[in-house]
Design a protein around this ligand. Sequence first.
Ligand SMILES: NC(=O)c1ccc[n+]([C@@H]2O[C@H](COP(=O)([O-])OP(=O)(O)OC[C@H]3O[C@@H](n4cnc5c(N)ncnc54)[C@H](O)[C@@H]3O)[C@@H](O)[C@H]2O)c1
Length: 373
Amino acid sequence: MVGLGVGLIGTGYMGKSHTLAWNSVAPVFGDVERPRLAVLAEVNQERADRKASELGFARATDDWRSLVADPAVDVVSVAAPNEFHPAMAIAALEAGKHVWCEKPMAIALPDAERMRAAARTSGRVAVLGYNYIQNPIVGLIRRILDEGRLGAVNHVRVEMDEDYMADPEAPFSWKSEARSGHGVVDDFGVHPLSLILVLLGGVRRVCGHMAKPYADRPVAGSGRRAVETSDIASALIELDIGASGILAVNRAAGGRKGRIAVQIFGSHGALAYDQERLNELQLYTTDLPPERQGFRTILSAPSHPPYDRFVPAPGHSLGFNDLKIIECRALIGRIRGEATLAIDFEDGVAIERTVDAIARSAGVGGWVTVADR
Ligand SMILES: NC(=O)c1ccc[n+]([C@@H]2O[C@H](COP(=O)([O-])OP(=O)(O)OC[C@H]3O[C@@H](n4cnc5c(N)ncnc54)[C@H](O)[C@@H]3O)[C@@H](O)[C@H]2O)c1
């Protein structure tokens, strides 16, 4: 059988990560055909040609619409900025292609709903880039929760912090433009929400707050430009299971490099995980005598699938791009009819509804029910 033909739109940070995943998924997992890197699209032909040569794609174009119509393409990786996700994903689905679209799904809830409708109509597989749920340690957390080891979960706290916009003199980019969305809620908040969704289920209501630490940022060679999005957001949340929670996200958090700190508390234990130490889980359970109770550290190991597909030895660590390879295998599995773990466009809308509720709540300054829109 011939492997899937891949079309890639956008070759920045995420375009490269998708390419590494498409290249590695067959050798790592050993149970799928090697995908073909068919064609990539960029903003101009010079950049497209250069990136095709670097990344190993057979052809390059400056017109993403020709890519989605290309018969050599079976699946489209959408790794362009947020504002383009709806048009690109919908066009690809309408052309009969499967879609792997980066988060956030869209910058406005109605767009996400249009994407979901296109996926339903097409019957094609459409999944989103929520790589953090693919960590084998997160799989272990799911099993611990499913087995009830923490008892009744009553509180969750998730914080996502990075400092790439902590410097007031960090240059203005598309992430500070309103056309990229609300700001850090779309940029970061969706990741914690994806973790909450797969670990604990949906969010019932929220009370949000969004902040802009810096009013403007420098534009190369032309003064300063007003920042249109929020770099800090916080929300009190209440889950469908009744647990209370806190979500705090900040892309101007000095010193934090890649923190996604998850704490889950239950009647019989607690756990803590941080993406900055993505191969470790801190677990506390009350089933030991009181004098031996305390958090213990579990290192990722072959007993936490699919870690075993990467390394046969425990404690040797996976990294960020490995999570993308696992996500790629989940996507191919969906195409083959397997019930793999992935955030598809149905789940994606649930996340976008919560984002929309946080933004509405911040606007009115009070609690908002997620289902109310
Ligand atoms: N899943 C994750 O962990 C994660 C991490 C970072 C970014 N992202 C998401 O990935 C997407 C891309 O972010 P990035 O950090 O890779 O951005 P980036 O700026 O590094 O790359 C974007 C690329 O898209 C290209 N591009 C822009 N408009 C285009 C168009 N019309 N046609 C073709 N190419 C176009 C740009 O030239 C650039 O090469 C964003 O939606 C972002 O939210 C996800």
